[in-house]
Design a binder for this molecule. Sequence first.
Ligand SMILES: [Zn+2]
Length: 118
Amino acid sequence: MKLKIDEAIGSLDYRDLVDLHEDIREGGNSIRSIVEQKIVEKEKEQGKFCAICQSDIDPHSTTNYTILLGPEGLRRKASFCAIDCLKYFITSMENRRDRISEKMHKNNNNVCAGEIDE
Ligand SMILES: [Zn+2]
């Protein structure tokens, strides 16, 4: 992530760098506005295609579903073209949660067994 920001800043010409520096020194209102606008654009982009089958999402259809995932500040949006794709997504999330839970349980048992042996 940091490298990408470094690359983006590195691609600016001298005049843009000076303007950016001045904006940051004055509170960064311009750069904040640009970043917020890009976030809105990216969020709209995420809602254009089904997260499972990649088909186009018709924004006027009543069979579309959109969910917000993750903690506040790191929220991501996922859209689905139909309930089948939403169900597939939820089932995949449940399976992944179960695998992680199994793995953690297995690792905890190993730790406990190790402690008993000592
Ligand atoms: Zn779909």
